[in-house]
Design a protein around this ligand. Structure first.
Ligand code: C5P
Length: 239
């Protein structure tokens, strides 16, 4: 199921910076926001609660990776915060992923939907040479990504974070309902920053992405609201 709203990556260091950014949007506009490690560690769980009270949806991007029991307990807490989606590293293994899911189910307040749980396969900052050297995985990076995606699906999670280029292969190896969330999104002719392989929202949609995550093209734009509207429109354009 494709989410209509692009997820905005709130890569800001403080709540004040977030508030200043959000002040540029109409108050009644409900957004889907990604909180990563920097903001969460700076502001604590309160930031999730504050943004939820304002009616926004939250993807909490903390990429948990620890022993199953620890991850299960942590997920119980995160579910209690009311996040809509969160994630783990697939490298933590199937037992850890199942424990994460169990923790989310246990921690979800009665009557609320269980948060979506997705996994990171290989970080996009990992090169094939780096993977072989550091992880001693002697295959192509693509086959490692697909293998992890299969393990994620087997463990009962909802999907993965992946580059838009990998969506087709991953859906083929798992199933059409397996969620693919893709960062690395840029509008045509705009700066790519440090993202190497990028796609437009329209291309990501055509290729089957279910969620797109967009950071700097919106947060660093001269007019963030206009940039958001352009990306929203490109992501939802009828073809
Ligand atoms: O600014 P930009 O649009 O590149 O931001 C993308 C967001 O998605 C950032 O928060 C970044 O950490 C995250 N991300 C990514 N690539 C991944 C996983 C997450 O760019 N593979």
């Amino acid at each position: 199921m494709r989410e209509k709203r692009p997820i905005i990556a709130l890569d800001f260091p403080t709540y004040e910076a977030v508030a200043e950014f959000l002040a540029q949007f109409p108050k009644e506009e409900k957004l889907y926001l990604k909180i990563g490690m920097e903001l969460f560690y700076a502001e604590g769980p309160q930031i999730v609660k504050q943004l939820k009270v304002q009616g926004h949806q939250i993807f909490l991007d903390l990429k948990l990776h620890d022993i199953p029991h620890t991850v299960e307990s942590a997920m119980k807490v995160l579910a209690g915060l009311g996040v809509d989606m969160t994630n783990v590293h697939a490298a933590g293994g199937s037992e850890m992923m199942k424990a994460a899911k169990k923790g989310l189910i246990e921690g979800t307040p009665m009557g609320q939907p269980v948060p979506k749980l997705i996994a990171v396969t290989q970080l996009t900052s990992t090169s094939e040479a780096g993977m072989k050297k550091d992880q001693n995985i002697q295959t192509s990076i693509q086959s490692s990504v697909v293998h992890y995606a299969e393990r994620v699906a087997f463990s009962g999670l909802d999907g993965v974070v992946c580059s838009a280029q990998e969506v087709g292969l991953i859906k083929q190896a798992t199933n059409a309902n397996f969620v693919c969330l893709t960062p690395g999104i840029r509008l045509k002719n705009k700066e790519q920053a440090d993202q190497k392989r990028v796609m437009t929202p329209e291309e990501a949609r055509a290729i089957g992405s279910d969620f797109i995550v967009v950071g700097r093209p919106i947060t660093q734009a001269e007019n963030p609201l206009q940039a958001y509207r352009e990306i929203f429109e490109s992501w939802n354009r009828e073809v």
